[in-house]
Design a binder for this molecule. Structure first.
Ligand SMILES: Nc1nc2c(ncn2[C@@H]2O[C@H](COP(=O)(O)OP(=O)(O)O)[C@@H](O)[C@H]2O)c(=O)[nH]1
Ligand SMILES: [Mg+2]
Length: 330
């Protein structure tokens, strides 16, 4: 079967055609060179008919089992009630969105599988987080051509958070009561990354209150001991939610929205900065330190990437082009 026409696919995506969107995501996840070339054409076509409304890119991260998927399902209901359309990618093999019980899960979570304004996709990690994240950003680019809010769920601590911070405008870190997660996060030095902290399972009343207090202390201590917070003018809120009972979900929606409004004046700048970091990281994943050195070192390459981005190039083709340049020098 011939590949679909990228321009026609771009239009179908903008019209929220779920078959076209799913198809495009299949191409994005396909590592073969011809698939990549098709995706580059698609991204160019998507860039040509940009929406006037810029989508909010949100990352949800945290250990497995804390309720990220459940929380996203609850958020979806709230967002849809507010007439926002939503596209979600869960990078998590155990996600409630995944597997054969997909439909059943959605119904159980109270999400309408026929809802035109809601798209859920899960990506199996297969132990290859770095690899998955390479495609997630491109997948988000596809989804944001169709929807108002695009969210990605990732599991884990450390590396994943750093990676997701190159992709999303707003990062929510989700923890659960009684696990001591908050303190671990501080030790791992990743407290600088999230913009919103969520203690889910607030229905575990006492431990939830204790965890929240623990998190508040930990955050205050980290901030006073000079731990870098990327954006000093943003006060990181700590929210308690119960995904299963719906408590605090509206407040979380409001907090995420407040962060979107807060960053709006610098959004273009923040995104281009992050996109350059993301390109650099993809290049490093593929070609290692020797690749970086061959192309003049990290700082020089980042500058070249920025120029290519400013000239309107998309991340995928930029990384490909520098990859080709490096291979020629081999
Ligand atoms: N009691 C309670 N259980 C929850 C809550 N949120 C999620 N769970 C349960 O926690 C388990 C893991 O949830 P899931 O959303 O898959 O977590 P994820 O791995 O972070 O995506 C499931 O059994 C959920 O039903 C909550 O707010 N309260
Ligand atoms: Mg999950």
């Amino acid at each position: 079967m011939p590949n679909p026409d990228p321009a026609a696919t771009a239009q179908a995506i903008a019209a929220q055609d779920k078959t076209a969107i799913a198809n495009a995501l299949n191409f994005v996840e396909d590592k073969r060179p011809e698939a990549r070339a098709w995706v580059v054409s698609l991204l160019e076509a998507l860039d040509k008919n940009k929406k006037t409304k810029v989508a909010h890119r949100i990352g949800f991260t945290g250990p497995p089992g804390v309720g990220k998927s459940s929380l996203l399902a609850a958020l979806c209901k709230e967002w849809r009630a507010q007439k926002n359309t939503v596209g979600i990618i869960a990078v998590d093999p155990s996600s409630v969105f995944s597997g054969g019980s997909l439909l059943g899960d959605r119904v159980r979570m109270g999400l309408d599988p026929k809802d035109q304004g809601l798209f859920l996709r899960s990506v199996a990690t297969a132990g290859q987080l770095g690899g998955v994240h390479e495609t997630v950003f491109t997948s988000l680019r596809v989804l944001e051509a169709a929807y108002d809010i695009v969210a990605v769920e990732t599991t884990g601590v450390g590396q994943n958070e750093t990676e997701v911070s190159n992709i999303a405008d707003t990062i929510a870190l989700v923890v659960q009561p009684g696990s001591g997660d908050a303190l671990q996060f501080l030790k791992a030095g990743i407290m600088e990354i999230p913009h919103v902290l969520v203690v889910n399972k607030s229905d575990f009343k006492d431990t939830a209150t204790r965890s929240r207090a623990e998190l508040e202390t930990a955050l205050a201590r980290a901030q006073s001991s000079g731990l870098e917070q990327q954006d000093q003018s943003w006060k990181i809120p700590i929210l308690s939610t119960s995904a299963t009972q719906g408590d605090g979900v509206a407040d979380l929606v409001a907090a995420l929205d407040q962060h979107r409004v807060h960053i709006a004046p610098q959004l273009a700048e923040l995104r281009s900065e992050r996109e350059a970091r993301y390109c650099l990281q993809m290049f490093r994943n593929e070609h290692g330190r020797s690749g970086l050195q061959k192309l003049g070192g990290e700082i020089a390459l980042r500058e070249k990437i920025k120029q290519a981005l400013d000239a309107g190039g998309n991340a995928l083709s930029i990384v490909q082009n520098f990859g080709a340049e490096f291979l020629k020098l081999q």
